[in-house]
Design a binder for this molecule. Structure first.
Ligand code: OSB
Ligand code: MG
Length: 371
């Protein structure tokens, strides 16, 4: 395969429900769509789903644009490759910048699977024809509003609910949801906001009594020892998200016993190639995984569905339906969930048509790199 032209489109979509985490609140998102084209005009789409601010990871939409335009696309355009897992080696010298890399890596996988007439999930080695979706709920203004939101998602059929927590919004909201739903598959995500201060530790230890499926990323990304200490003190499995950006990070975390569950994000790992490798490593050491999301538009969302079809993804993934976030998505049909189940497309490539008219209508910037 040879990519002869590449384009970036910065696209803005409004969110149907504003989302708040421990660090910020968002009413609409700008993601960068990546288009890779071969000499025959076949196209593979990818998505750079970086948040606009550097609060989840160091990247921003602007930094991704810069890295993709100046380093990643020029490194890939004109190269001859057989399979998409070879593509990341072209940007081997570029450190970090996982979100930017992920968008280009996904586009290479989608291009390859489209040209070879195989579904993206099959190209990756996926074995499931459907995947279970969970929902992630942001911090709400009140516990009543949170309960309303939980009720809405359970009525929609989602079997797992993840709550964003932060100091001051942890034990009480969890107690309220648990009281109403004693058997719900419930987990919490702190996005690294807690420290080992007495007050913070007391809250984290108190959460241990609610039978949560996991506590995700309580401490700062690089603080693996703190995660290991907490895991020794509680029965609830500790899950890592922000801490694991590379396979070496995962090996270190495993060696330190800093996790019992892994959230694999295509964006955070730098693409499907690395995400699949993390899945393989986790399977070898017996750590269950699930696919996390970054409020992806349909292209990144469909890639998450394909990844979630790999056998080690035994926990529900953040692959809720497009409609939970976007009134109109960039793919047709959008990602649909029925009773919390998303079908894995059996058609070549992404398995969805890309709505180029919708993309054009919502594009705020575009650039191209040619061979
Ligand atoms: O930690 O999983 C996270 C969104 C933005 C930043 C961090 C996270 C999230 C989510 C998104 O939880 C969940 C989804 O896309 O369904
Ligand atoms: Mg997380």
């Amino acid at each position: 395969m040879r990519v002869t032209a590449a384009r970036l489109h910065r696209v803005h979509l409004p969110l149907v429900h504003a989302f708040r985490t421990s660090s910020h609140r968002k009413a609409g998102l700008d993601h960068i769509l990546v288009e890779l084209e071969d000499a025959d005009g076949a196209i593979g789409w990818g998505e750079i789903a970086s948040p606009s601010d550097p609060y989840y990871a160091p990247e921003t939409v602007e930094s991704c644009w810069h890295i993709a335009e100046k380093y990643l696309l020029p490194a890939v355009v004109g190269q001859e490759w057989e399979t998409p897992d070879e593509v990341p080696r072209y940007w081997e010298k570029v450190r970090g910048n996982q979100f930017a890399k992920a968008g280009v890596d996904v586009a290479a996988w989608v291009l390859w699977s489209t040209v070879h007439g195989v579904p993206l999930s099959a190209a990756l080695g996926g074995t499931r024809s459907e995947v279970t979706a969970g929902v992630s709920l942001g911090i709400e203004p009140t516990i009543d509003e949170l309960l309303t939101e939980v009720r809405r998602q359970l009525t929609a059929g989602y079997p797992r609910v993840k709550l964003k927590i932060a100091p001051g919004w942890d034990v009480e909201p969890v107690r309220a949801v648990r009281a109403e739903y004693p058997d719900l598959d419930l987990h919490v995500d702190a996005n690294g906001i807690y420290t080992e201060s007495a007050e913070h530790l007391a809250a984290l230890l108190a959460l241990d009594e609610f039978g949560l499926t996991m506590i995700e990323q309580p401490f700062a990304p690089r603080d693996l020892p703190a995660h290991a200490r907490l895991q020794r003190a509680i029965d609830t499995p500790v899950c890592l998200d922000e801490s694991v950006e590379t396979l070496a990070d995962l090996e270190t975390a495993v060696a330190l016993e800093a996790l019992r569950v892994l959230n694999i994000k295509v964006s955070r790992m730098g693409g499907l190639t690395a995400a699949r490798a993390a899945h393989d490593l986790a399977a070898r050491v017996g750590i269950p995984v699930w696919c996390g999301g970054m409020h992806e538009f349909g292209i990144g969302r469909a890639a998450n569905v394909a990844l979630s079809s790999l056998p080690g993804f035994t926990l529900p993934s953040d692959v809720s339906a497009s409609e939970k976030y976007y009134a109109r998505d960039v793919i047709t049909p959008p990602v649909v969930a029925r009773d919390g189940i998303v079908q894995v497309p059996g058609t070549p490539g992404l398995g969805h048509a890309v709505d180029t008219a919708l993309i054009a209508a919502n594009t705020v910037a575009t650039t191209s790199v040619n061979a």
